[in-house]
Design a protein around this ligand. Structure first.
Ligand code: NAD
Length: 354
């Protein structure tokens, strides 16, 4: 199978590319290489002669229709996995324009070019073609203390990021219902794992703990997120791509609800264990002003993808977090290069700074 992956130099996208190539598929990775895109995350593929032969990188912007069209024509995919997005909620508060452009307009452009390409395929290839749109559970808004998001939960996005992802989900739905494009949508909970840009909670806290810097916790750290190891998400996406029903959506999550404060504490304990320091890293926890409009709780009921496609995560939160923290401690080469560039770990997403 030839797969066009958008955003394959990002955190989730690079896991998808690595897994697809390992599974013997041909992959073309269309990525603009924004601050979040990093080809170092694909070294496992590009440094291996055999793997590199089934991989192509195309630098391009998903909102640039001629560039997207050229990628379709050059690589003739059997499927698209659309991940390219602006993904950081704090950045969406400071600068929502890029989110509208990439997440909404970019998805529109990829859909239009996919439709054009799909319509011109021979009947058999047209029947096989899939468009997998990768989205987030944040489109559903915030939960109270009880309940779970399912595929039937009404959309209620609260941040500029989740609003643009919600818009993109609706476009995909409409392109399926109106034009018949064989599309499938996934809505996944918070991912963590190797190669995540260190502005997100778990890598940020791991590196700050290692360097003895303050560990910022928003508000009182009471927000609850449902964590999933990124390789488990990528495996779910491959399964949905292979066997998901056209026109359906699948909620994906790890059944690992944790308060942010408990996540930070668990990272501290792992860093203490793996790199003992003079004082417990928990002493570095610093409560900072909460994110405006911060959603209280997300939790996913992933029973549909388990029941219909037989998906189950391989990692528990404890095993996945241990792997993740150990990976950051052992892969300084990756994050030192990231940190020496545009991003220096500063606080973003306070309204007064916008
Ligand atoms: P990321 O920020 O790590 O990566 C995004 C990638 O998209 C980068 O490689 C970037 O260069 C690329 N990109 C950005 N704008 C682009 C443009 N205009 N044209 C082409 N490429 C562009 O994000 P991520 O965490 O890997 O998330 C990937 C996708 O998965 C997103 O659509 C996100 O909504 C979704 N998702 C992420 C999570 C999570 O916890 N990380 C959970 C559920 C869903």
């Amino acid at each position: 199978m030839a797969v066009l992956v958008t955003g394959g130099a990002g955190f989730v996208g690079s896991a998808v590319v690595r897994q697809l190539v390992r599974a013997g598929e041909r992959v073309a990775n269309l990525d603009a290489l924004t601050y979040a895109g990093n080809l170092d995350s694909l070294r496992e593929v590009t440094d291996d002669l055999e793997a590199a032969a089934s991989y192509a990188f195309v630098r391009g912007d998903v909102a640039d229709a001629p560039a997207v069209r050229r990628a379709f024509e050059a690589h003739r995919p059997d499927a698209v996995v659309h991940l390219a997005a602006e993904s950081h909620v704090d950045r969406s508060i400071d600068g929502p324009g890029d989110f509208v452009r990439t997440n909404v307009v970019g998805t529109f452009v990829v859909l239009q070019e996919a439709l054009r390409y799909w319509r011109a395929l021979p009947a058999e290839a047209r029947a096989r073609f899939r468009f997998l749109h990768v989205s987030t559970d944040e489109v559903f808004g915030s939960l109270g203390a009880e309940g779970h998001f399912t595929e039937a939960t009404p959309y209620a996005p609260n941040s500029p990021y989740s609003a643009t992802k919600a818009g993109s989900d609706h476009l995909v739905r409409a392109w399926h219902h109106t034009y018949g494009l064989p599309a499938v949508v996934t809505n996944c909970s918070n991912n963590y794992g190797p190669y995540q840009f260190p502005e997100k909670l778990i890598p940020l806290v791991t590196l700050n703990a290692l360097e003895g810097r303050p560990l910022p916790v928003y508000g009182r750290g009471e927000q609850v997120r449902d964590w999933l190891f990124v390789e488990d998400h990528a495996a779910a996406l491959r399964l949905v791509l292979a066997r998901g029903a056209v026109g359906e959506t699948y909620a994906i999550g790890g059944h690992n609800e944790r308060r942010n404060l408990d996540v930070v504490g668990a990272v501290c304990d792992l860093v203490d264990e793996l790199r003992p320091g003079a004082r417990p890293r928990r002493e570095l926890i610093t409560f900072v002003a909460d994110r405006p409009g911060h959603d209280r709780r997300y939790a996913i009921d992933a029973s549909k993808v388990a029941r219909e496609l037989g998906w189950a995560p391989a990692e528990s939160f404890e095993s996945g977090l241990r792997r993740t923290v150990a990976w950051y401690l052992e892969n300084r080469w990756w994050w030192e290069r990231v940190r020496s560039g545009v991003y220096r770990g500063e606080r973003l997403g306070r309204l007064e700074a916008a």
